[in-house]
Design a protein around this ligand. Sequence first.
Ligand SMILES: [Zn+2]
Length: 283
Amino acid sequence: MPELPEVETVRAGLSPHMEGARFERVTLGRPDLRFPFAENFAGRLEGATLTRLSRRAKFLMAELSSGETLIMHLGMSGRFTIDEGGAALTPGEFTHPQATNPKHDHVIFDMSRGARVVFNDPRRFGFMELFAKGEAIERLAHLGPEPLSNEFNGPALRAAFKGKKSKVKSALLDQRNVSGLGNIYVCEALYRAGISPTRAAGRLSVAESETLAGHIKVILREAIASGGSTLRDFAGASGELGYFQHSFDVYGREGEPCNNCAAPITRLVQSARSTFYCKTCQG
Ligand SMILES: [Zn+2]
């Protein structure tokens, strides 16, 4: 499932093809994704220029010259392909490369600068929503700070966790405390910070909160940087699908030796999600 760094890489990949370009033709392959498309979805986009493409948590936000805002979410399996009349590129490809099945091409944007941007989503947990000018975007209202912003730091994390008995792993996944973090990077950040995922969130010390917030930022920046470099390499390779070469310290490594102490990595199920950690290094 795409997490914040993958969404940011997708944003960076789409931006040169979409920002400042007009939607010339919008084609929908079906009436809904996770949610139904807004009424007259294609008609509201066609003729509008995408003035700015930004990201909030795991949402792509396209501001339109009409004053409306298009929100796009990749869900579990959504991905964009950019076809400029030659080889199709897939920015931010996360899983192993697979040819996309065109029957899952649900949305096609033909942009005025010549790019055809296709949204393919076999499982349809992704969605696109259009908001009129000035309309409140309820979905974004309760999101906590962006982890890479200055608002997010040790004291902010400690304040968000104050009095919380929930486990630090679950508290980091709670989008009200900090937005955009998913299972993978939470496991990795806790490992680097040396904090057990089973600790109560409200019991982290000032120093631990500082360390954890710092590692969250570093890990996300590293992932974004690696996505960016993969994307550049990939753009040069004709027709081949690219994907991130992520290397994780704990995620998906149950039973394998810890990179620090060689003890086997433990897997634990918390809130129906797998947590990976080192019992020796994370206290
Ligand atoms: Zn260890």
